[in-house]
Write a protein that binds this ligand. Sequence first.
Ligand SMILES: [Zn+2]
Length: 142
Amino acid sequence: MSTAPLPERDWPLTQPFWEAAESNRLMIPRCSDCQRYVWYPEEKCPHCGGEDTPWEAVSGRGVLFSYAEVKHPLYPPYEDALPYITGIVTLEEDSRVRLVTRIVGAAAEDLAMDQPMEVCFETLTFKGVEGRVIAPVFRPAS
Ligand SMILES: [Zn+2]
């Protein structure tokens, strides 16, 4: 049985991300040499080639960079979530870090570009898929 779209939590490159989410923390790898965030995670820093990219907790605050409401069942495991809002949030620490995420706690018509957002954590399950994942999602900042 397929487990998609659940993440492969044992994959070393992203394992710390999912482990942090289990304890409601948002963590992003950051290069020890040039101090830039490395997102998406890579084995080496794409900016300077540095090989030391420890994971660092971030505030979870950012702004809405883009979003779209999904109303049609384009992918069967997401059918039960319809309608939902998918979005991109840039982080307060560095707006070059763009997280593809789900937007919760607001209707699409109440959202606006550059709106302040904050992370929260939801347990996601998917139709026809065994298992669940705790994932960082974003809501309008309180
Ligand atoms: Zn670097």
